[in-house]
Design a protein around this ligand. Sequence first.
Ligand code: 5GP
Ligand code: ZN
Length: 112
Amino acid sequence: MDCIFCKIVNGELPSQKVYEDEFAVAFHDINPIAPVHVLTIPKKHISSLLDIGTEDKELIGHLHQVIQNVARITGVDKTGFRVITNIGEHGQQSVHHLHYHVIGGRQLEWKA
Ligand code: 5GP
Ligand code: ZN
C-alpha cells in the first residue's frame, strides 16, 4: 500500500521517533506548527477515525495512553497541549492513515 505512514512504520521512510511499542509509534511532524508537534499513529493501517472498528477498541485505548507518554516525554504534560485528528476533506486530512497530532510548547489559540 502506498501510504507514507505505513512506510514510516516499516522503516522504508525515516522519522524522528519519540516513542515506539508493538502497536504504535510517535514521531515529530515534518512541518511543525508549534515547538512540540508529534504525530501518534497505530502501526495498523486505519484510514481515519471513521474507519475504526469494534475490533480496534483496545488499540484506540492504548493510543490514548501512548499520547500520555508522548506528553510526558516532550514535557507538555506540565503546560497543556492539544490533540487533533483531522478527518476527510473539510477536516483537511492529508495523510489517510489515522494519526493524532499532539501539539504544544506554546500558548495555543482556538480557531476553526
Ligand atoms: P493531516 O493533514 O493529515 O492531519 O496531517 C498530516 C501531517 O503529516 C502533516 O502535519 C504533515 O506535516 C505530516 N507529514 C507529512 N508527511 C510526513 C513525513 O514524511 N514525515 C513526517 N514526520 N511528517 C509528515
Ligand atoms: Zn498506512
